[in-house]
Design a binder for this molecule. Structure first.
Ligand SMILES: *Cc1c(COP(=O)(O)O)cnc(C)c1O
Length: 406
């Protein structure tokens, strides 16, 4: 087998490296073009402002929006907070109602729960074991007081893609607004705010080969025109939605990253899906008792999430120090706990604890995939041989099968 350079990074749902072209575009705005985009009386300010407005057009173009509908934030967490809190706290209703799904990122679930503690009604829609929301459940959950539906475009753990067009339709028909956390989807699948009836959409640069600490919120301006309460007040930047001096280099990075992602999407999607499918087939063929978590399709092309029966995924990952993957128990948050996403799919504790998430990316090669397969086959088989529990489970399973056949 060919030698590969280690460590190997296959955790692109957690974050991605900054693309060299993105960095090149950013660099002059740190040292030469360092003006404040709000300075209107000199060329330093004008240059910064032009760069910001170019990036705003790039972001808008990537999702079929107009530049005036893009507000720069510090990332998808802030965008989600601004969309959800900004809208619900602006509602005239005594007890506004919010609908989210059980597999949302914590950056949606936590603000939603926060609002529920302070007088909003919250419905958390379940998902089926494929990890897909049923639009019918959303229609049934809606009341006269429903203000917002927030359903992610694609999930960060199992990669499942939600029927956002249908959800957008249902929302539009009932005059309810629709927000989608598209942090994992942008740059991987086409997203168009008009085709999909999206009113608010969250973006994060560091999930698409841009820098950390920058993101955007799309806020629809026509049919309907949306009004939100700002969550950060100050100098009135970003049409008063988000005050604070604009981080010009980061904004330039976001804009460039979005343009590159859209341009390379069609070829990258095919390449990554092929690598992912090869990874999946090889692991399932060579390791017994492996199950796929979440639907095979529709799914992000670069996502794979598998459970290895009898294993504790944390132990598996600790054994493979030169490969960066993610376990269902550590997820992406600062506080490790069993994945609420996998539990929402109805999986038992053992399946959740034995899950490993693979997130392929732009720089991954098929040699790296082969290396990861070899390492995993070796590690799982070795750990299983050492685990009396797995052997007992296997034995029980075999007995169970023979009894069923009788
Ligand atoms: C990464 C991620 C976020 C958080 O984005 P930040 O820009 O890091 O705040 C929110 N939602 C989803 C689905 C994500 O994958």
């Amino acid at each position: 087998m060919k030698r590969v350079q280690t460590p190997i990074y296959m955790d692109h749902h957690a974050t991605t490296p900054v693309d060299q072209r993105v960095l090149d575009a950013m660099l002059p705005f740190f040292t030469e073009q360092y003006g404040n985009a709000a300075s209107t009386s000199h060329v330093f300010g004008w240059t910064a402002d032009e760069a910001v407005e170019r990036a705003r057009r790039q972001v808008a173009e990537a999702i079929g929006a107009t530049p005036q509908e893009i507000v720069f934030t510090s990332g998808a967490t802030e965008s989600n907070n601004l969309a959800i809190k900004g809208l619900l706290t602006n509602s005239k209703s005594e007890r506004p109602h919010l609908i989210v799904s059980a597999i949302e990122h914590r950056a949606v679930l936590d603000p939603a729960r926060h609002l529920a503690e302070s007088g909003c009604d919250l419905t958390i829609i379940p998902v089926n074991e494929s990890g897909i929301v049923n639009p019918g459940d959303i229609a049934r959950a809606m009341t006269d007081r429903t203000v917002l539906i927030s359903i992610m475009t694609a999930n960060n753990e199992v990669g499942t893609i939600q029927p956002i067009r249908e959800i957008g339709c249902i929302a539009r028909e009932r005059g309810v607004l629709f927000h989608t956390d598209a942090a994992q989807a942008i740059g991987h699948i086409p997203v168009n705010v008009d085709d999909e009836n999206i009113d608010l959409l969250s973006i994060s640069a560091h999930k698409v080969y841009g820098p950390k600490g920058i993101g955007a919120l799309y806020i629809r301006r026509r049919r309907p025109r949306i009004r939100l309460n700002a969550q950060i007040d100050g100098g009135g930047h970003e049409r008063r939605y988000r005050s604070g001096t604009l981080p010009v280099p980061l904004i330039v990075g976001l804009g460039t990253a979005m343009t590159i992602a859209v341009e390379s999407m069609s070829t990258e999607t095919v390449r990554l899906a092929e690598l992912r499918d090869h990874l999946k087939t090889a692991l399932m063929e060579r390791i017994p008792d492996v199950v796929l978590n979440g639907a095979e399709s529709p799914r992000l092309p670069h996502n794979l999430n598998l459970s290895f029966a009898g294993m504790d995924s944390e132990s598996v990952l600790t054994e493979m120090r030169d490969i960066a993957l993610s376990s269902g128990s550590a997820c992406s948050s600062a506080e490790p706990e069993a994945s609420h996403v996998l539990r929402a799919l109805g999986y038992d504790e053992a399946r959740v604890k034995s899950s490993i998430r693979f997130g392929l990316g732009r720089a991954n090669t098929s040699d790296e995939v082969d290396y990861v397969v070899e390492q995993l086959v070796d590690t799982v088989n070795r750990l299983r041989r050492a685990s009396p529990r797995y052997r007992v489970d296997q034995h029980r399973e075999a007995n169970h099968l023979t009894t069923m056949e009788q």
